[in-house]
Design a protein around this ligand. Structure first.
Ligand code: FES
Length: 124
């Protein structure tokens, strides 16, 4: 039921862990399954310079967070805010419909981390 690409990111997640002194942190819970996700970002010149994630979630949650870190790295904050759960799912060559809420967790976590950064800068 999972694509090969998704399994690859699940088995070998990219950017997993925590960042020291992050500029922004987003922790979100999934109301559907109760899983948790945290995204940490470092920002430089309005771009996501570094990003890591921690998740207590299913295989799809791990793969989608791995993929969102890949998609967001190097993007401007405005571009990163526009990453949708559909884009993450497409980049993973699809997600089973009952697993779409897992990619929502990754997309939401990133948004909250960016908003946290902007709030700390007094820009939000
Ligand atoms: S089932 Fe909870 S994030 Fe996937």
């Amino acid at each position: 039921m999972y694509s090969e690409k998704l399994m690859e990111h699940f088995r070998n997640p990219h950017n997993m862990g925590e960042l020291e002194n992050p500029d922004g942190v987003g922790t979100v819970g999934n109301p559907i399954c109760g899983d948790l996700m945290s995204i940490y970002i470092k920002v430089k010149d309005n771009k996501i310079e570094d990003i890591k994630f921690k998740t207590f979630g299913c295989a799809a949650a791990i793969a989608t967070s791995s993929m969102i870190t890949e998609l967001a790295k190097g993007k401007t904050l405005e571009e990163a805010l526009k990453i949708t759960k559909e884009e993450i799912a497409d980049a993973l060559e699809g997600l089973p419909p009952i697993k779409m809420h897992c990619s929502n967790l990754a997309a939401e976590g990133l948004k909250v981390a960016i908003k946290d950064y902007l709030a700390k800068k007094g820009k939000y």
